[in-house]
Design a protein around this ligand. Structure first.
Ligand code: UGA
Length: 443
C-alpha cells in the first residue's frame, strides 16, 4: 500500500521504517526540514535498536521523507497521524493532532479517490470521532464514510524494543468508523503474521484499549509496590516471592507451559514507574474521567502510590542513619529504564530531591543519560560522574534506580570496600545475599 505518516517522532518513524520493511511504500512527513534531510540520508534522529539499519535498507526505495504534507496525502491511499500529544498536567494537548488533521483535510479537498485517515497518536477516548472526524469534514468539504474513511490504530511499542515490538506485535487493534475504514486499515497489516490477533472495533474502543493497557500495567506496578511496603513493615516477607506465588496462578500462565509466567519479565517491586507513557496516560485518563463526571479513585491511588515510592526508597537508608545529613550517596541509573537515554518522569529525580532535602551528599551516574539528566535536573549540588568507578568512590551508600547491565557487578565492587557500603536495590535486581548491607524494596 502507499502510506503517508505525519510526524517522524519515535512512533511515526518506527512505524514508517517497519511498514517499509513489510513491503509498503511509505512517505514520512515532518515540518522540520533538517529532520527530513537527515532521514533522507538514512540518519535516525533518535536511538532505537534496529531503526537505523531499517532506514539504511529502505530509504531511497520504499521509504522517503518530505515536508510536503499535501503531496504526501495526494500520492498515498492511507495517512497515519503520529504526532505528539503532550500532557500539560490538565489534559492532553491536541493542537499537533488537530493541526495535522486540518492540513490532511485541505489535501483531501483536492483528491477524488477514497482515502483513509488513521490516528496512531495516543488520544483520549472520543478524540477521533468528536474532534478529528469533524475537522477533516470541515477542511475537506467532504463526507466521512463516503469520500474518506477514519480509523484509530493505537501503538504498543516499548521504548528500546520498539522495532521488534512493531515487527512482531502481540496484538493489532483496528478501530474504524465503519466497515470500509476498518477493512482498509486491516489491509495495512496483511503482511504481518496471520496468527497475531487482530481486534476490529470502533475508534473510541480502540482509543480506550491503549489507555486501559497502560493503566493496567501501572496499576500492577503500584499494587506490587503497595504490597511490598506492607511486607517490609511486617517483616520476614519477600514480595518478590509473594508475587511469584501470585503469578503462578492459572490466570497468568497456561497450565502446561513450562517456565515463568510472562508478566514476571515486566513486574517487580521497585522505586516506581516513569517514562513518557505510563504516568502520562494514567493521569490523562483520570482527568478525562473527571471531566465526564466519572472520578477514577483506583487510578488516582495508582498515581499516588507511585509518587510516594521514591521517598520510601530513600527511607530504606534511614534504617542505617536516622539523619541523612552528610551521608554520601551514589544514585545509579538516571534514565527511566535501561537501554534508553530517555529520562522523562524518571524516579531518579524525586529520589535525588529527597536525598538533597535530607542533607545527603549526592553523586549520580548513568551509562548514557548523563547529559539528559543534567538538563532535566540541573542541581549544582549533584555531582554527575563520568564513570561507575568515580560514582562508587568515597561513598557510604548506593541506590540503584535503573538496573543497567553495566551495574551487574556493583555488589562485587562494593564488597571490596571498607567500611561496608549500604546497597539499596531500587529494582530488586540483585541477590539479597550479595552484600552484607543490602536493602531491597519489599523485603
Ligand atoms: C509502556 C508499555 O509497556 C508499552 O506496552 C506501551 O506501548 C508504551 O508504554 C506506550 O504507551 O507507548 P515504556 O513506557 O516504554 O512502555 O516502558 P515500560 O517497560 O512499560 O516501563 C515503564 C516504567 O515502569 C519504567 O520506569 C519501569 O522501570 C517501570 N516499572 C516497570 C516499574 O516500576 N515496576 C515494574 O514492575 C515494571
Amino acid at each position: 500500500m502507499k502510506v503517508s505518516i505525519i510526524g517522524t517522532g519515535y512512533v511515526g518513524l518506527v512505524t514508517g521504517a517497519c511498514l517499509a520493511e513489510k513491503g509498503h511504500q511509505v512517505t514520512c512527513v515532518d515540518i522540520n526540514p533538517d529532520r527530513v534531510a537527515a532521514l533522507n540520508r538514512a540518519e535516525s534522529p533518535i536511538y532505537e535498536a534496529g531503526l537505523e539499519e531499517l532506514l539504511r535498507k529502505h530509504v531511497g526505495k520504499g521509504l522517503s521523507a518530505t515536508t510536503d504534507l499535501t503531496a504526501a496525502v495526494l500520492n498515498t491511499e492511507l495517512t497515519l497521524i503520529a504526532v505528539g500529544t503532550p500532557f500539560n498536567g490538565k489534559e492532553i494537548d491536541l493542537s499537533f493532532v488537530l493541526g495535522a488533521t486540518k492540513q490532511i483535510g485541505a489535501a483531501l479537498k483536492q483528491k477524488s479517490s477514497y482515502h483513509l485517515v488513521v490516528v496512531k497518536s495516543t488520544v483520549v477516548p472520543g478524540t477521533t470521532d468528536q474532534h478529528v472526524l469533524p475537522a477533516l469534514e470541515a477542511a475537506s468539504g467532504k463526507k466521512s464514510g463516503k469520500d474518506f474513511g477514519v480509523g484509530m490504530n493505537p501503538e504498543f511499542l516499548s521504548e528500546g524494543e520498539a522495532v521488534n515490538d512493531f515487527l512482531f506485535p502481540d496484538r493489532i487493534v483496528l478501530g474504524g468508523i465503519d466497515q470500509r475504514s476498518t477493512d482498509v486499515l486491516e489491509e495495512l497489516y496483511k503482511p504481518f503474521p496471520f496468527d497475531v490477533p487482530r481486534l476490529r472495533t470502533n475508534t473510541r474502543t480502540a482509543e480506550m484499549i491503549k489507555y486501559a493497557s497502560n493503566s493496567l500495567l501501572a496499576a500492577l506496578v503500584s499494587f506490587t509496590n503497595e504490597l511490598a511496603n506492607l511486607g517490609s513493615a511486617l517483616g520476614n516477607i519477600d514480595t518478590t516471592e509473594v508475587m511469584r506465588g501470585v503469578h503462578l496462578s492459572m490466570y497468568f500462565r497456561s497450565r502446561n507451559k513450562e517456565g515463568l509466567p510472562p508478566i514476571t519479565s515486566f513486574l517487580k517491586a521497585g522505586c516506581g514507574f516513569g517514562g513518557s507513557c505510563l504516568p502520562k496516560d494514567v493521569s490523562a485518563l483520570v482527568v478525562h474521567g473527571k471531566k465526564a463526571g466519572v472520578p477514577m479513585p483506583l487510578l488516582e491511588s495508582v498515581l499516588r502510590i507511585n509518587e510516594e515510592q521514591p521517598e520510601r526508597t530513600v527511607n530504606l537508608l534511614r534504617k542505617h542513619w536516622s539523619d541523612l545529613k552528610n551521608v554520601r550517596v551514589a544514585v545509579l541509573g538516571l534514565s527511566f529504564k535501561p537501554e534508553t537515554s530517555d529520562v522523562r518522569e524518571s524516579p531518579a529525580f524525586p529520589i535525588m530531591r529527597e536525598l538533597l532535602d535530607s542533607g545527603a551528599v549526592v553523586k549520580a551516574f548513568d551509562p548514557i543519560a548523563k547529559h539528559e539528566a543534567q538538563k532535566a535536573f540541573p542541581e549544582p549540588k549533584v555531582d554527575y560522574c563520568d564513570s561507575l568507578d568515580a560514582a562508587l568512590t568515597g561513598i557510604d551508600a548506593v541506590i540503584v534506580v535503573t538496573p543497567w547491565k553495566e551495574f551487574k557487578d556493583v555488589p562485587a565492587l562494593l564488597a571490596a570496600k571498607q567500611p561496608q557500603v549500604v546497597l539499596v536495590d531500587g529494582r530488586r535486581a540483585y541477590d539479597k545475599q550479595s552484600v552484607t548491607k543490602y536493602e531491597g524494596i519489599g523485603l
